[in-house]
Structures are given as structure tokens and as C-alpha cells.
Design a protein around this ligand. Structure first.
Ligand code: GLP
Length: 242
């Protein structure tokens, strides 16, 4: 596990984008695992800027997103599919038929979840998984209590997550369920980058890196993975040493 400290949020996010760009140059058919959230916005902005500057191409890449709200169609701007389209996919040269996001409207969610896992395997597995962290230590939408071996499935969201994400819903309560890759799915990735920024993530980062490895803090599962980097700003990383 590596811990990288940066003085500012933007510096941490841009360093993550630059790491992704490096990987993409080394392996043009990179399989990316992607995350949504406020934390990722400057990462995608930087990737778009570097693409526009002619420095990186996503033409050979494919991607699998971590999660999606149950009940939101892709046309809803608050869906993670729409978010990814507007923040990244529509702004770079990725083949959109190779960008995958869980289907929040699947008529048979269990069957869809099994298919999503199979698609990841058929793509050769995820080379590089980008992760944020919830204030309660969740990764993807694997809330406290989630089994470390869990695969893609529908989950109920915690009250604290609904509150944190209500900002995206004009203060209203978001959908109370989501389909998410499991912790087991995430741990299968060959490399994991966790980006956590801001004082609101300080406690979660400390618990994830220094607390007992336990489903009470899902991000502690990452301590079992051989290739994880944490990318922190001054506020989120205030309690952890490099
Ligand atoms: C959300 C998402 C996660 C994200 C995390 C942090 O609920 N499901 O994938 O990493 O919580 O979000 P934010 O970056 O907005 O703080």
C-alpha cells in the first residue's frame, strides 16, 4: 500500500489523472474501473484537457463503472450513466459501446449483475480501478457490513450516504437502492487508486488505513490487496503518515 500526500485537492486529483494517463499510454486497451462523485470531477476534467491537448487517447480503452442508482434511467442527469457521459465519455474519444455502467432499470437485477461480472471477466478483468470513499468508509456502494467477498448486486443505501448524496438531488432523498460492484469484484482489479479529498473524508481515511480490518469500514478490505495507492490532500490525510 502506498500513501501519496498532496497539499491541495486539485494537486491530488490531477496526480491521479496523470497516473491514469500514464497507464493508458503504456496500455492503450486499458480496462478502467471508474467512479462518480464530487471527488472525481477534477480527475475527469484533467483527463479531458489532456485528451484535448492531444496527449492521450481512449480509443482502445474500455470501462466499467462501480455503481448506479436503482430506478434512475440513463436519461436522468443524476444517473451515474449520464454523469459519466457528461463528465468524460462524451468529451473524449472512447468507444461508448465499450463503456459499461450497471443498469439501474434492469428487470432482473440478479441476472444483470451476473452478466456484468461476466463482462468484466470477458474484458480480461479491470486493470486500473479508480475509487472514492464514502464518509462512512463505503467503497462503490458497499456500505458498512458488506461482505468482503460480495460480487455485483443490489444494495440498500445507508442513511448517511443518502444524506451526503442528497446535494445531487436538490436536497431531496436519492433513490434508496443501488446496484454496485461488490468488494470481491473491486479486489480482483490489478491496481487500485483511491482518491479521498477534503476534511469530510478525514475520519474515513484514518479508519480505512489505521483501524481494524472489518466490514464495519468496507475500505479496510483494500488492505488485503497487493497494489493499492491512496491519494490524499492535506485535509483528508491529516491523520495518516506517508
Ligand atoms: C458515492 C459513490 C462512490 C463515491 C463516494 C464518494 O456515494 N457511490 O463511488 O466514491 O460515494 O463520493 P464523493 O466523491 O461525492 O464524496
Amino acid at each position: 500500500m502506498r500513501i501519496n500526500h498532496f497539499p491541495t485537492t486539485v494537486a491530488a486529483a490531477h496526480a491521479v489523472a496523470d497516473r491514469i494517463a500514464e497507464r493508458l499510454k503504456a496500455k492503450p486497451n486499458l480496462v478502467l474501473g471508474l467512479a462518480t462523485g464530487v471527488t472525481m470531477e477534477p480527475v475527469y476534467e484533467r483527463l479531458v484537457a489532456r485528451h484535448r491537448a492531444g496527449e492521450i487517447s481512449f480509443a482502445g480503452a474500455s470501462s466499467f463503472n462501480l455503481d448506479e442508482y436503482v430506478g434512475l434511467p440513463p436519461s436522468d442527469p443524476r444517473s451515474y450513466r449520464a454523469t459519466m457521459d457528461s463528465q468524460l465519455f462524451d468529451l473524449v474519444d472512447i468507444d461508448k459501446t465499450r463503456t459499461f455502467v450497471p443498469d439501474g432499470l434492469a428487470a432482473d437485477p440478479d441476472a444483470f449483475a451476473r452478466r456484468y461480472e461476466a463482462m468484466i471477466r470477458e474484458a480480461g478483468g479491470i486493470d486500473l480501478q479508480l475509487l472514492g470513499i464514502g464518509r462512512n468508509g463505503h467503497i462503490g456502494f458497499n456500505e458498512p457490513g458488506a461482505d468482503f467477498a460480495a460480487r455485483t448486486r443490489v444494495v440498500d443505501l445507508d442513511a448517511s450516504t443518502l444524506e451526503a448524496n442528497s446535494a445531487f438531488f436538490g436536497g431531496a432523498t436519492p433513490p434508496t437502492q443501488a446496484m454496485t460492484m461488490g468488494i470481491g469484484t473491486i479486489l480482483d482489479s490489478r491496481e487500485i487508486i483511491v482518491l479521498a479529498t477534503g476534511a469530510v473524508k478525514r475520519d474515513a481515511v484514518r479508519a480505512a488505513l489505521t483501524g481494524p480490518v472489518s466490514p464495519d469500514c468496507p475500505a479496510t478490505a483494500l488492505r488485503n490487496h497487493p497494489n493499492v495507492g491512496w491519494w490524499l490532500d492535506a485535509e483528508s490525510g491529516a491523520d495518516v503518515a506517508a
